[in-house]
Design a protein around this ligand. Sequence first.
Ligand SMILES: NC(=O)c1ccc[n+]([C@@H]2O[C@H](COP(=O)([O-])OP(=O)(O)OC[C@H]3O[C@@H](n4cnc5c(N)ncnc54)[C@H](O)[C@@H]3O)[C@@H](O)[C@H]2O)c1
Length: 274
Amino acid sequence: MRDLFDLSGKRAIVTGGAGLLGIQHARALLLKNCEVDLWDIDPKALRIAGSTLEAEFLDSSITTTTIDITSEEAVASVVQTYKDDFKSINILINNAALNPKFPNTSSSSNSQFENYSIEIWNQEISVGLTGAMLCSKHVGAYMASLGSGVIVNIASDLSVISPDQRIYKLPGVEELLQFKKPVSYSVIKTGLIGLTRFLSTYWVDNGIRANALSPGGVHDNQDPVFIQSLVSRIPMARMAEADEYIGAIQFLCSDASNYMNGQNLVIDGGRSVW
Ligand SMILES: NC(=O)c1ccc[n+]([C@@H]2O[C@H](COP(=O)([O-])OP(=O)(O)OC[C@H]3O[C@@H](n4cnc5c(N)ncnc54)[C@H](O)[C@@H]3O)[C@@H](O)[C@H]2O)c1
């Protein structure tokens, strides 16, 4: 029987490809023989991610593109280079985001909703939501013109639950300086589910399907007080490891999920069930 997860002959774009999860999404695809183009705004992180993957996957095709996905001109122009070179795109993973991680002491006082600035709101929305829309528009239209494609939007468990601000509370820190998960994050991640539903029907006659993946919090050497507080709200009593979404990415991007469209796959150790 053929491997339903095989991605030989496919080419994928992973936005935010140089970040903690972006490189894992790329790894997931490379393991199934997909060609990967990492898109990221950070050239240094991109170089490191690219060479790390090249050392791991010696015979694979890995390219890196420095790009600000909030610029429609930039997104359109990179997609045009694919068209000019007669190179297809088969998979788009909208993963880039400004992901304010705990603790973020420098902006703690600004993370309170009461002090939350319109500039930060605009910045965060422009990457997490507008960037995903622009990449979907240009890459999606190209894939639709080729007759098939898959879009995966990386949302979060916060696409289905509210942030529990109590988990960010540090003992001995005055209330106004406590970190709060910003309002933009909930709005962006919930918005991505709307974008997913829209995309799942828009080009359905052109062979495009779209789904969202909603990861729970990933272990990344966070403050032990935060970890303890978070894991007490997760039935599996631990955070995710960064490589624990590899199977889900391979599933969502391959024929293994051929009849799945417009859905939100929540992988959160059961957090949203409690
Ligand atoms: N890490 C977690 O615990 C977690 C949990 C749930 C969901 N997520 C989601 O997973 C995705 C990846 O998260 P992560 O932890 O790897 O974040 P990260 O900050 O490590 O990576 C994000 C990447 O996006 C890039 N980026 C930012 N602005 C950009 C722009 N304008 N154009 C192009 N690239 C840009 C950054 O340079 C960075 O490399 C995000 O959407 C995040 O919300 C993460």
